[in-house]
Design a protein around this ligand. Structure first.
Ligand code: IMP
Length: 447
């Protein structure tokens, strides 16, 4: 497979599509991997030989000695998580000398974590179901211009001045949530300075790092966390994360312009999963769903929560291809569907008595959507050893073809097992694709 200089990898569903495997699969050909948004709410599981690595912040390219792994300015960084991940990798013999973190990335402070959890508690049944990692409060402070950036950790006096200004408000808010712990300036300054000392060798101006790599003609992979349907602007708000996982987020969070992106690889699973609250039209709560969850090991990497599981939904797929300008797709976990007969795929919704083809991002509208399914005959044989599309059972090929038709772009990689080699690679030329807009009738209903 040929990878062009700036390639974005983006999740087309609600996260957990297996983007770590995609990055890992392409990593041999790239010089730099950049995480562009999110924080330690993400979890990448990468299987390398007999070893399993679970990473939350450090891009999965770190497993390759030739790759510079960059945490871009669009990421919110919990320094404690980053330090423990770097230590874990070092202990397991992985060189972390090429890990760089943007000095402009914002810091997740302990009060962000406390506020995230306290606010979720207060929401009760209406909670978002966050990962409790302080993501929302940290991004909120960034937008409010009262956040600490990584560069601030190198300046104790500056941290003290900033924290003295912010903490009274944070403590007041925390005190309003019964029994919450409050924070003192000096304990946090000590903590911040210790983090700065430890992470100093990894600090960089990530924007220039990426720009210089592109100027040299190096292949740069921009790796999104979470997925399109959790996007702050384009997901089903408020059941979303607080950043922009879509490909456009790679520009803001990675420091590149739209015309520098050559290829957008969308990643999706052969079925769907979702963690946390929010409408989920194709959710399966029966034995089929439980079977998929257990065979697919659908447990949150970060929180250990069981993921909700459902049939594949082609309605948000068409939306995700459009908003990300996806040019090719990696389909993961096709093997998990072996033995299910029939397999269903949602192709449109019925909303208010009308058939709707265009995904309504409004959580209220989506909550009233009834899926319209197409049925596919299943296949019973295991497919983990298959390495070419032609060797898949005919019914599996039909299913992949249907997915491709809905996407309107080629599926170039099909994963049939967790290991790097358990992947079907198709002949592939990068193509620029402009998806057709939704039909006017469909768009009308969702307004
Ligand atoms: P937050 O990002 O922790 O604020 O959580 C907001 C929503 O995004 C919740 O529904 C989480 O379950 C979901 N979420 C955040 N990160 C991930 C992820 O990596 N995979 C799947 N869902 C996620």
């Amino acid at each position: 497979m040929r990878v062009v200089p700036a390639t974005v990898i983006v999740g087309l569903q609600w996260g957990d599509e297996g983007k770590g495997k995609t990055t890992d699969f392409l990593a041999e050909q790239v010089a730099m991997v950049v995480r562009y948004q999110g924080g330690d709410n993400a979890g990448h599981t990468v299987v390398s030989g007999d070893e399993v690595f679970k990473l939350h912040l450090v891009p999965s390219g770190v497993l390759y000695p030739h790759i510079t792994s960059v945490i871009g300015s669009g990421v919110v960084v919990n320094p404690a998580t980053l330090i423990s991940e770097l230590d874990m990798l070092t202990e397991r013999g992985i060189d972390t000398g090429r890990v760089r973190v943007s000095t402009a990335a914002h810091v997740i402070m302990p009060y962000h974590v406390a506020l995230d959890r306290a606010m979720e508690n207060r929401l009760g049944d209406g909670k978002v179901g966050t990962t409790g990692r302080g993501i929302g409060p940290a991004y909120a402070d960034r937008a409010w211009r009262v956040g600490l950036r990584m560069e601030d950790l190198l300046d104790g006096a500056l941290c003290r001045a900033k924290l003295a200004g912010i903490l009274p408000d944070k403590n007041l808010l925390l005190a309003s949530h019964n029994g919450s712990h409050t924070f003192g300036v000096e304990e946090l300054v000590d903590q911040a300075v210790a983090w700065g000392d430890r992470l100093r060798p990894h600090f960089a101006d990530a924007t220039w790092l990426v720009q210089d790599a592109l100027r040299r003609g190096d292949h740069v992979l921009l790796e999104g966390a979470q997925g399109t349907l959790l996007d702050l602007d384009h997901g089903s708000y408020p059941f979303v994360t607080s950043s922009n996982p879509i490909a456009g987020g790679a520009c803001t969070g990675g420091g590149i312009g739209p015309l520098q992106v050559d290829e957008v690889i969308g990643v999706m699973k052969a079925y769907s999963t979702r963690v946390g609250s929010g409408p989920y039209p194709t959710e399966l709560t029966d034995a089929i769903g439980q079977g998929i969850a257990s065979r697919g090991n659908e447990v949150g990497t970060t929180t250990g929560r069981p993921r909700r599981v459902g049939w594949f939904d082609a309605v948000p797929l068409r939306y995700a291809v459009a908003v990300n300008s996806v040019s090719s797709i990696m389909l993961n976990k096709l093997d998990i569907l072996s033995g299910i007969d029939p397999i269903r795929m949602c192709v449109s919704y019925e909303i208010g008595g009308r058939r709707v083809e265009a995904w309504p991002s409004s959580a209220t509208v989506l909550g009233g959507a009834t899926p319209i399914y197409e049925e596919f005959a299943g296949w019973s044989e295991p497919i983990n050893a298959v390495r070419s599309l032609g060797d898949l059972p005919e019914n599996a090929r039909r299913y992949v073809t249907a997915l491709e038709e809905h996407a309107g772009v080629p599926i170039v990689l099909v994963s049939v097992g967790p290991e790097r080699m358990q992947t079907i690679e198709r002949a592939w030329r990068p193509m620029r694709h402009r998806p057709a807009p939704p039909t006017p009738a469909a768009a009308e209903v969702t307004r």
